[in-house]
Design a protein. Structure first.
Length: 277
């Protein structure tokens, strides 16, 4: 990323399209290289410096229920603690969250505030205070100071606009805007992967399936996803998950599977059942 002709940010992504390396240049004291380690659900669990030494670790509570979803019982992993200064003098900092599982405060072992945040409705930091820092924002988002944007796995989010900076990879599947965040309901809905404009959320039911469906569609020729499918049972699951959540593009899903699966897989109507039925 460049600003006024100066390169200030260089980013490298892994095979799951997660941010793996962030190099900041021409930014004074902020210059440096950070390596990110993710768990299998996409949460950042550690940051390493240019030498490979761990600088920070992040502790998460898997699939913690958030409000005010009630009926849908949307769940998303909750940040519960940060271990700072890992290589020198480790300190455990407890993370306090709001109704979306977004961090609003950190406290040290004595219970004293070391970081706190107030946010604007669409997630921008209105005020930040304290001696510590925390870049986690909306679930799945990570603040990048050099860009003023939030990294949101498959897209970047601009909190000053309340919109993504890249269009939905599927086009108008989630409403009239390809840039909208959670259909403009940021106080009650979430999009941890940057794929679900409907704001279904994390591990609770339809939101996760919808995000997975969209992830399949987004993959280049879908081959990157189907390389991990060793047989018809996995293909059945893929068709079932996508067709139950996104019934309209079902035929497109089937045709794409047929085009990349070698040998071609005969996607008959009965394959839309759950494989264990």
């Amino acid at each position: 990323m460049s600003q006024s002709g100066n390169l200030i940010g260089t980013y490298t992504y892994n095979g799951r399209e997660q941010l793996a390396t962030r190099v900041i240049t021409n930014s004074g004291s902020a210059n440096g290289t950070t390596y990110f380690v993710h768990d299998q659900w996409g949460n950042i669990i550690a940051e390493l410096d240019a030498t490979g030494s761990t600088v920070r670790e992040y502790i998460w509570m898997p699939e913690a229920e958030i409000a005010p979803t009630r009926g849908s019982r949307t769940t998303v992993d909750r940040p519960v603690a940060v271990v700072s200064n890992v290589a020198t003098s480790p300190a455990l900092l407890m993370v306090h969250v709001d109704q979306l599982n977004r961090p609003v405060k950190m406290t040290d072992a004595t219970g004293a505030d070391v970081w706190s945040a107030l946010y604007s409705p669409f997630g921008g930091a209105y005020t930040l205070s304290g001696a510590e820092t925390l870049n986690a924002r909306f679930p799945g988002q990570w603040f990048q100071m050099e860009a003023g944007l939030h990294y949101n796995w498959h897209r970047h989010y601009d909190p000053s606009l309340g919109r993504y900076t890249q269009p939905d990879p599927l086009g108008f599947i989630d409403g009239p805007s390809v840039y909208a965040y959670t259909r403009n309901s940021p106080l009650s809905k979430i999009d941890p992967k940057g794929l679900d404009a409907g704001g279904g959320g994390g591990g609770g039911g339809g939101g996760e399936n919808a995000a997975r469906c969209k992830l399949i569609f987004q993959m280049k020729l879908y081959q990157r996803h189907f390389e991990f499918l060793p047989g018809p049972v996995q293909v059945n699951w893929c068709i079932y998950d996508c067709s139950t959540v996104c019934p309209a593009p079902r035929n497109s899903i089937i045709s794409r599977i047929q085009s990349v699966y070698n040998p071609p897989y005969d996607c008959q109507e009965e394959t839309l059942r759950q494989p264990n039925e």
